[in-house]
Design a protein around this ligand. Sequence first.
Ligand code: PAF
Length: 281
Amino acid sequence: MQIATTVSEVRQHVRAWKREGLIVGLVPTMGFLHEGHASLIERAAAECDRVVVSVFVNPTQFGPNEDFESYPRDFRADCALAESRGATLVFHPEPSEMYASDACTFVDMDGLTGQLCGKSRPTHFRGVCTVVCKLMNIAGADRAYFGQKDAQQLAVVRRMVRDLNIDVEVVGCPIVREDDGLAKSSRNTYLSPEERTAALVLSRAVREGRALIEGGERDGERVLAAMRRTIEAEPLARIDYVDMVTWDSIEPVRRVDGPVLVALAVYVGTTRLIDNFIWEG
Ligand code: PAF
């Protein structure tokens, strides 16, 4: 496995692969890789000839009071995991390689970003779209892999790729969970043992919501109210949102008549965690 820190190095590798007619997969990450990322890399390795994993904590997607500085980083461990799961190249740029000091072009989206995480993190998706668009341009990949744990991000990226005619297939991959149900996340490392136990309330609420819909409940308010009650019963948890939107246009909806995304963001202590399920109808 090779490591590149500059855009031109990545392009050289990709050009050579393309000349050989090889299929290139891209797995964009912010590092501190876990089994969720590993599943994306494995899938990319199974479906593509070469796999580029980007490891870049993207400053533009963090708000002013968010955890950009303290976001966990362990590049050595990331390389070991990426290599063991089939990555060909890790792209690990400095922020200055990705953003010129006078950069003034961003990718903004009018729809899809006003609900869920976009409500509490108003500049987040502008940063995500900008960096993902840049990574797609840099890697020239045929396929790009994203986890469903960030379901709104997956929908936003798909829409951006469609709207901007980016020549890449976006592949969504299932949420990977710990044995006890907690969705894998780099931010789980922030949790104290007590908070780690309390965090199970997210996956419990997800299971409850899904069971209600599977059982025939079509009133979204009732589903959400039951999920909120579960979370509110946990003293260490504080709801940011528990909401239902159409999948995959991310519009508010209160009847389960077609595919819906039921998503939640919950603070456990000071750590904000997300989880969701998609009901395909
Ligand atoms: O999901 C993430 O880790 C990030 O939002 C992404 C897609 C790597 C962009 O920085």
